[in-house]
Design a protein around this ligand. Structure first.
Ligand code: MLT
Ligand code: MN
Length: 299
């Protein structure tokens, strides 16, 4: 199984178009220790020919341009992309669907809740239903993907997409607004959890002793965006557990005997983006990797 990180940044990418925070300024200056990253997505294949996208980021077109495996292989029209799976309805995970119009046949997998969000927005009708089959994922029910892969969706504490928030926002519910994915080839498997509000006992049990986990690395600390003066929300309010701290992912995942832990969906304010930062050293000393665009893992 081949896994390619198409993008490793959170929504907005790194740098974000309107952000000149301290970490962002390093990227705008083209500092080699702050390499640019596009918005989070993985491509995975069991046979090297047929590829599944885990989320469709607004940067999908540039990600395809940067990734030979995803480019057309024969005339007159072709794409190796056979399936797309969504982990939630956030803009950074669904806007790339609009790039996939043009009558290409693929299957689109998401929870019923997220398929309903897409169905309620006619712009997604650019994906012609004659070509794009929308397939509901039942939690904990494995489905087969083209190219010899098995996909299993599972609940992850989360919240509704930002643009669907109402006055009262429930955070941390396992409502199928946010799911995690396990992808396997019958021999090995890995987990993709780019958004997670908290480490529940069920999630910890599922991830324990995994070979490879890509996990929510949005913020280093909960109040990072407030301190950087780029926003008023904590990570908790956005539905993201932080990397650092007693409730953070370094501690939570560090306790689970996972072989390979890769942080992804990293916000443009997060100092782990900087290769020379103390926070990056701390993450690496704890046995974690920081995903980057073009990172490839063969399982
Ligand atoms: C998130 O990960 O919290 C969302 O992508 C936020 C957003 O929609 O901008
Ligand atoms: Mn996001």
């Amino acid at each position: 199984m081949r896994i390619i990180v198409l993008g490793a940044a959170a929504g907005g990418g790194y740098p974000q178009w309107n952000s000149a925070c301290a970490v962002g300024r390093r990227a705008w200056a083209r500092d080699p220790n702050g390499p640019w990253r596009t918005q989070a997505s993985l491509a995975v294949s069991g046979d090297g020919d047929r590829w599944t996208l885990l989320n469709a980021s607004p940067d999908l077109r540039s990600q395809i341009l940067a990734t030979a495996a995803l480019q057309p292989k024969h005339a007159p029209r072709h794409s190796p992309i056979t399936s797309v799976v969504l982990t939630n309805g956030d803009v950074d995970h669904i806007a790339g669907l609009l790039t996939l119009r043009e009558s290409h046949r693929f299957r689109l997998f998401a929870s019923r809740r997220i398929l309903a969000v897409l169905a309620a927005n006619p712009i997604f009708d650019v994906l012609d239903p004659a070509c794009v089959e929308r397939c509901p994922l039942e939690l904990n029910q494995p489905v087969t993907l083209a190219g010899g892969l098995t996909l299993t969706a599972f609940p992850v504490p989360g919240k509704v997409a930002l643009y669907l928030e109402q006055a009262e926002v429930a955070i941390g519910g396992e409502t199928e607004d946010t799911i995690g994915l396990e992808v396997g080839d019958g021999r090995k498997s890995f987990f993709y959890v780019p958004g997670c509000a908290a480490m529940s006992a069920d999630l910890a049990a599922r991830l324990r002793q995994a070979g490879l986990v890509f996990f929510d690395g949005t913020l280093w600390t909960d109040d990072e965006m407030i301190r950087a003066e780029v926003g008023s929300k904590t990570g908790a309010r956005m539905g993201h557990m932080s990397v650092f701290g007693p409730e953070g992912s370094l501690v939570a995942l560090g306790a689970l005997d996972i072989d390979r832990k890769v942080l992804i969906h990293i916000n443009n304010t997060n100092p782990i983006l900087l290769e020379d930062s103390p926070e990056r050293r701390e993450v690496e000393a704890a046995g974690f990797e920081v995903a980057f665009d073009g990172m490839e893992i063969v399982l």
